[in-house]
Design a protein around this ligand. Structure first.
Ligand code: F3S
Length: 62
């Protein structure tokens, strides 16, 4: 699985980072980005939870 944050949609709610700080980080403006794009199998459930909790639906999983 790969994860990405759509910068056009992200509004800086930071739920991704709160739920899964091992994969998501926040930039200096508080917008989320993926620090570890190739998701380990053990983190997939957390990443899916983060995606489901993003109010802007900005997290793209492939
Ligand atoms: Fe942005 Fe959604 Fe995370 S709005 S900071 S990708 S929770």
């Amino acid at each position: 699985m790969k994860a990405a944050v759509d910068p056009d949609r992200c509004q800086g709610h930071a739920r991704c980072w709160e739920i899964c700080p091992g994969v998501f980080s926040l930039d200096e403006e508080g917008h989320g980005f993926v620090a570890v794009p190739d998701i380990e199998p053990g983190l997939e459930a957390h990443v899916k939870e983060a995606a489901n909790n993003c109010p802007e639906r900005a997290i793209v999983l492939t």
